[in-house]
Design a protein around this ligand. Structure first.
Ligand code: DC
Length: 220
């Protein structure tokens, strides 16, 4: 039977860091679904699309070719054939992704791609709706969270370490606004699946969380 581990949770909970490490230890493919929504958002930004213009977003999304490849074990997102990984991790793209991902037609297209990947390979997939919608029969479901203050502090430390100037209060406000949008949208809002196990990483180290997920998913 396929091993499919679903990891959902709010922005900044550490899903991708943890999922990448679990993937290595358990020899699974890591599927970052947020990167797919980010690629869609990048396409809209590049085309100067107004993010409140749902019709224009849908028509551009329909013609977009988004696919995934793996290079040296790293997921690469191809947008109309171009590797766009280097452009996906900005706050502007993250915020636009949160808006674009609320649109049903966009979700439908990307969920199909995610389900195909999970059917083909043993994987750990992270996002917002993996346990509730994309992989309802996943062998193990985790809801990974942390307080918004801890998530904002982690982001602040990460940006400061990169030498980027940033403001903690602004980061916290952005995180809380994004949580609200992701949890209150009509289609596939972020929520814990009834059969998902809650892991609160606020007071845990990365190693603790990885060990916990491996313990929870082993044998599944
Ligand atoms: O995990 P991330 O920050 O890369 O995700 C970017 C945005 O994409 C996030 O605000 C919500 C959306 N998203 C989603 O709606 N469903 C997913 N499965 C993954 C991400």
């Amino acid at each position: 039977m396929r091993i499919n581990i679903a990891v959902d949770g709010p922005a900044g909970a550490g899903k991708s860091t943890i999922a990448k490490l679990v993937a290595k230890k358990r020899n699974l493919i890591y599927v970052d679904t947020g990167a797919m929504y980010r690629a869609m958002a990048l396409l809209m930004i590049r085309n100067g699309v107004d993010l409140s213009d749902t019709e224009r977003i849908i028509s551009l999304a329909e013609t977009a070719d988004i696919s995934i490849a793996y290079e040296k074990g790293e997921q690469v997102v191809l947008l109309n054939g171009e590797n766009v990984n280097a452009f996906l991790r900005t706050e502007a793209v993250g915020n636009a992704a949160s808006a674009v991902s609320a649109i049903g037609a966009v979700r439908k297209k990307l969920v199909q791609l995610q389900q195909q990947l999970a059917a083909k390979s043993d994987c750990i997939m992270d996002g917002r709706d993996i346990g509730t919608c994309v992989l309802p029969d996943a062998s193990c479901k985790i809801y990974l969270t942390a307080s918004s203050a801890v998530r904002a502090k982690r982001r602040f430390d990460e940006l400061t370490a990169k030498g980027e100037e940033c403001d903690y209060d602004k980061i916290l406000a952005d995180i809380e606004a994004r949580d609200y949008r992701d949890m209150h949208r009509e289609i596939s809002p972020l929520k814990q699946a009834p059969d998902a196990i809650l892991v609160d990483s606020s007071d845990m180290t990365v190693e603790d969380v990885v060990d916990r997920i491996i313990e929870l998913s082993c044998g599944k």
